[in-house]
Ligand binder design. Structure first.
Ligand code: HEM
Length: 187
């Protein structure tokens, strides 16, 4: 019997206009991060993030052993804000609400995005200006996470090439503290 051919790659779907302001996030990013929290030993990790259909994943920096993974949706809303829904491999689920964002791409979109500012940073070594987009999210709901009360996430996108983020969390034992910081490059 003839071998079954491999499935074709997924069809290329045009970016929905509502997602267009975020389209520079789409793609695969890889880099390194470091984790801290007052109750645990600091750790470093590698990470690959895909803003697409596949889950984000992390692995231990030296052994390559799988660590945390999560998957979710960035949902631009009609009022111009963004709702981000995330399911984590630990079973924890979050609904994140947009606190602010700024950047050139958000200039003509909904009301909350009117608080945009084009952030230009003069890079002394390169002699160029860098564009930066920042999005800050704060949990409106954290569920099924026995210890976690609150999660804040800040994403910074520089020149469409470098994506960094900070994750802070508050638990039943600890106020809001940094848990993760990472810097990823677009592949
Ligand atoms: C520990 C939550 C993402 C690696 C923890 C703890 C919590 C937690 C509640 C236990 C803290 C304590 O014992 O007081 C979360 C949440 C995340 C997240 C809500 C996402 C928003 C990650 C990621 C990694 C990671 C992406 C790896 C790259 C670790 C490690 C520990 C830990 C290594 C210490 C485990 C131990 O020593 O028992 N995390 N985490 N976490 N997390 Fe995360």
């Amino acid at each position: 019997m003839a071998a079954i051919p491999p499935p074709p790659p997924p069809p290329q779907v045009a970016v929905h206009p509502a997602v267009q302001p975020l389209s520079s996030l789409l793609g695969t990013w890889r880099g390194q991060g470091e984790g801290t929290f007052p109750t645990i030993a600091p750790f470093k990790y590698s990470e690959e993030v895909q803003f697409s259909h596949s889950p984000n994943k992390t692995w231990e920096l030296s052994s390559g052993e799988a660590m945390h993974s999560e998957s979710g949706y960035w949902r631009p809303k009609l009022d111009g804000t963004i709702e981000v829904v995330i399911a984590q491999s630990t079973g924890l689920v979050e609904v994140q609400l947009f606190m602010f964002c700024y950047g050139e791409n958000f200039k003509n979109t909904g009301s909350a995005f009117r608080f945009y500012a084009l952030m230009l940073y003069f890079n002394l070594q390169k002699g160029t200006y860098d564009e930066q987009i920042s999005v800050k999210l704060k949990s409106a709901l954290v569920g099924n996470g026995s210890k976690v009360n609150e999660i804040h996430r800040v994403f910074e996108l520089i020149n469409g090439e470098e994506l960094s983020y900070v994750v802070e969390m508050a638990t039943i034992l600890t106020s809001l503290q940094t848990h993760l910081k990472a810097c990823l490059r677009k592949l």
